[in-house]
Design a protein around this ligand. Structure first.
Ligand SMILES: [Zn+2]
Length: 207
């Protein structure tokens, strides 16, 4: 590791440790458990106010403490650790503009489940992540690849039923929707869904 990298690494650790200290030693005015608060979704805006992501409150707090982002809307709860208080953010904005590449999401199990909103794409059941698997629409044994277009969230029952067959070989099994790459458009839909009931988010979501 180069000296520069090591310094950045150390700084990252220090900031993360600070956030963790807030998490560990904090109580809240609202009386909600701190662990829960640190997992709440926070809307992330680009410097231009364009909504670009959602992250957990813990990550948002790290970005604010590091001076990468500032809080635009507060959540209304406060974490306190020793002598300092931190207002929990609901919306943060990056201080420097980031160019968002056309496809920002990595192909991963987590992101496939997020895209499919934890819904089996065959029978429509919605389940916790741990109870879902990924299905290759065209089975790997038949030449199917691991791509956005060929992977879908699937319950274990449908996965077993489908086995190594193609959909064209099964009478009553169809895809609820055509799988597509996770685009910024998809992210926006999810942001709007999550922010539907939240005034602090809503005004930024129709950018
Ligand atoms: Zn299913």
């Amino acid at each position: 590791m180069s000296l520069g990298k090591a310094m950045i690494h150390a700084r990252k650790q220090k900031t993360a440790a600070r956030a963790a200290a807030y998490a560990a030693e904090s109580g809240t005015h609202a009386g909600i458990h701190a662990g829960h608060i640190l997992q709440m979704p926070v809307l992330v805006l680009n410097a231009s106010y364009e909504p670009i992501n959602i992250c957990g409150a813990r990550r948002a707090l790290v970005l604010v403490l590091k001076g990468i982002a500032r809080t635009e809307e507060e959540h209304g709860t406060t974490l306190h650790a020793q002598r300092s208080f931190v207002a929990m953010p609901s919306v943060i904005r990056l201080l420097e503009y980031r160019r968002i590449p056309h496809q920002t999401r990595a192909l991963s199990r987590k992101n496939i489940l997020l895209r499919d909103r934890n819904q089996c794409q065959y029978c429509g059941v919605v389940l916790p992540s741990g109870e879902l698997t990924l299905d290759h629409v065209v089975p790997r044994s038949r030449g199917g690849n691991s791509t956005w277009e060929n992977l879908v969230a699937c319950c274990h029952a449908c996965n077993r039923r489908k086995g190594n067959r193609m959909l064209s070989e099964i009478d009553d099994m169809i895809l609820l929707r055509e799988p597509r790459p996770f685009s910024l458009h998809t992210s926006r839909q999810i942001m709007r869904m999550l922010g539907r009931g939240d005034d602090r988010w809503r005004k930024y979501l129709f950018y």
